[in-house]
Design a protein around this ligand. Sequence first.
Ligand SMILES: [Zn+2]
Length: 297
Amino acid sequence: MRRAAPLLAVVVASVLALSGCAKNARPKAASANPVTSASAQGSPIEASAVPSVSAAAASPSQSAKGKPPTPTAKALSSTKPPAAAPGRPRGPVTGPGPAGSIKDTGSDAVALTFDDGPDPKNTMDLLDLLKEQGVKATFCVVGSRARDHPEVVRRIAAEGHTLCNHSWQHLQNLSEREDSYLSWDLQSTNDAIRTAVPGARIDYFRAPYGNFTPRLIEFAARLNLKPIYWDVDDECYTTSKYGVGPAMANHMTAIVQRDTRPGSIILSHENLKPHTVATYRSLLPWLKSQFRLIALP
Ligand SMILES: [Zn+2]
């Protein structure tokens, strides 16, 4: 089994990981982005907050109590608390995405999903835009960032958007980690969100880079989190090819306009990506004109 990596490797891997989400993302060098560097320096996530295996085992998170016995994703629909409005379907629990993850909204509505925040600048700017346009979206937040920017998480929730667990520190090989780490990672992310927003509803989990496996989905299901993938990837991370100006906006827009269909889930990233917000300024009115846009239910 893989043991804990040396600290430096973990830090480097985490910083790189946080610069993008999709599988084929080509992360920018951490030093090239001052926000990444500052954040990494100012955030002790890798150094102190992530427990070793033994620490995780010694300090089980509080919600370990009452943990259901590893329901399958399919069983989740029956174990779900009766929070949904009666008679209103909540969409599929499993889908045709990797390892059975969900990749459509289950209706004709289109869901915008924004990953890797909260980012104190770009998430706030995006929230301004969404408010202006009257659109609700889904934010897949990284636990350590939620801990560092609780005010942003509070605003996401207060303005009616959906929160999604995107793991504690965006490890590309999350699914290969040991059981105790996985439990700690997913629970800590939920805890960070609920520290910011007590009682926050968290129904979704997105694996870093979309690297879902049946085992990871099972761990998410223990927390009643549904695995959410996407079917449209706006490729906002391809900055080495398209830069962060008009060429990138055109690229992202072309993809979304070409690939989005009723029921689509669109993958975007706002963390460290002001060009995503800039692109959505023009893209959002188009999306609104073509589709009903929803936060995941
Ligand atoms: Zn991501």
